[in-house]
Design a protein around this ligand. Structure first.
Ligand code: ADP
Length: 356
């Protein structure tokens, strides 16, 4: 095949490909390689275009006598990126002096996903280990020193009860998260009236709110506010948001829940319904806001634990809202309070897109 035909084929490939001669000069580069390494790289030495000792070693070996070499390296483009690079030997022909072909495969996304999975497992283990250690400790104490101490036994059993419930909540939240993640690209198909749903959420949380003397105020509305959704999942969204407001606000404050029809959902498009949950708590400072929906991210770890938090609530909320092609926005003023806004596409919205 002529070199011109070969280049048409190589240009159609998504990965960078370089053809090298025996002096390690780049004889030809496909479009993806030019995009990554610069439009002018043909005719240059590989040592200048891709300054990396491991790549040069591998190319030298293939030019000398090896059939193929594969290496994994990190390269600094605008950020660090990981690549699997393969160098294979070619036979020079009358048309081409190329003796090696170098292909690059960007593995950054896979590596990041692997890292995230590893971090997640480490986090889950850590979160389960602390209540478990506390249970093991109390069981030992109850068998030994506190065997005949009735008061201590009651106190320890109460703590053990809390710790085991915390583990159970954590496992429930983990299952919930994995269920939502698995169905994130399937559009929900029930008609859910948001106003009716919010009234049910308020009733479910009325006991907890009353314990802290917190009023949960819903607007007085007429008519229906239907969205295309999954009822149980939307229930979980608003239970989490209103429960957080109850948990993180001082006693004797109030929470305002509002519903509004809007003509365009920011970033997603099309008409929708916006629900806001505003509290009068301490607020959250700006540097925490972008990370709040990460799994296990808490502003104040101790406080979240004391309140029985798992650190997964807002991660679940975000995934559910994404699945509904909606949007979650958080605004907060330290010392005044926080407002969570959930935008959901209304039934007739065919425009809203899934987040990329
Ligand atoms: P948790 O189980 O810890 O409540 P979430 O994912 O629901 O986990 O929330 C993450 C963190 O965001 C919480 O630990 C808390 O620091 C903060 N947070 C959530 N809601 C509020 C709120 N209404 N006011 C102040 N901080 C909040």
């Amino acid at each position: 095949m002529e070199i011109a035909t070969t280049m048409v084929i190589l240009d159609a490939l998504p990965n960078p490909v370089l053809l090298l001669d025996s002096q390690k000069t780049i004889v030809a580069a496909n479009s993806a390689a030019k995009e990554f390494l610069g439009a002018e790289i043909e005719g240059r030495s590989l040592a200048i275009a891709l300054r990396h000792p491991e790549i040069l070693d591998a190319v030298n070996a293939v030019i000398a006598d090896e059939q193929k070499r594969q290496i994994s390296i990190s390269l600094l483009a605008s950020v660090w990126r990981s690549f699997d690079i393969q160098i294979a030997s070619l036979t020079a022909t009358n048309e081409s002096t190329a003796v090696a072909i170098l292909t690059m495969h960007d593995t950054t996304a896979t590596r990041n996903a692997d890292q995230m999975r590893a971090d997640f497992v480490a986090n889950v283990s850590h979160e389960l280990r602390s209540p478990l250690s506390s249970l093991i400790g109390f069981i030992e104490t109850l068998r030994g020193a506190a065997r005949d101490d009735v008061d201590a036994r009651d106190r320890f059993l109460r703590i053990m009860d809390n710790e085991s419930k915390r583990m159970a909540r954590l496992i429930d939240d983990l299952l919930s998260l994995s269920k939502v993640e698995a169905s994130e690209h399937i559009l929900p198909d029930e008609t859910v009236d948001i106003f009716e749903l919010l009234a049910e959420v308020r009733d479910t949380l009325s006991g907890r709110a009353a314990e802290r003397h917190i009023d949960v105020n819903l607007p007085t509305l007429n008519g229906k506010y239907p969205v295309l959704g999954n009822r149980d999942e939307l229930m979980e969204v608003f239970l989490n948001l209103i429960d957080n407001a109850v948990k993180y606000c001082p006693e004797n404050t109030s929470i305002s829940v509002d519903i509004e029809r809007i003509s365009r959902i920011p970033d997603r498009g099309g008409p929708g319904i916006m629900v806001s949950v505003a509290d009068q708590g301490d607020g959250i400072s700006a540097e925490h806001l972008p990370r709040l929906t990460e799994r296990f991210y808490r502003v104040d770890k101790g406080r979240s634990r004391t309140m029985g938090g798992t650190g997964l609530g807002l991660a679940i909320v975000k995934h559910i809202v994404n699945r509904h092609r909606g949007r979650l926005a958080i605004d907060s003023i330290v010392g005044e309070g926080t407002i969570f806004r959930v935008y959901l596409p209304s039934e007739e919205n065919t425009e809203a897109t899934l987040p990329s």
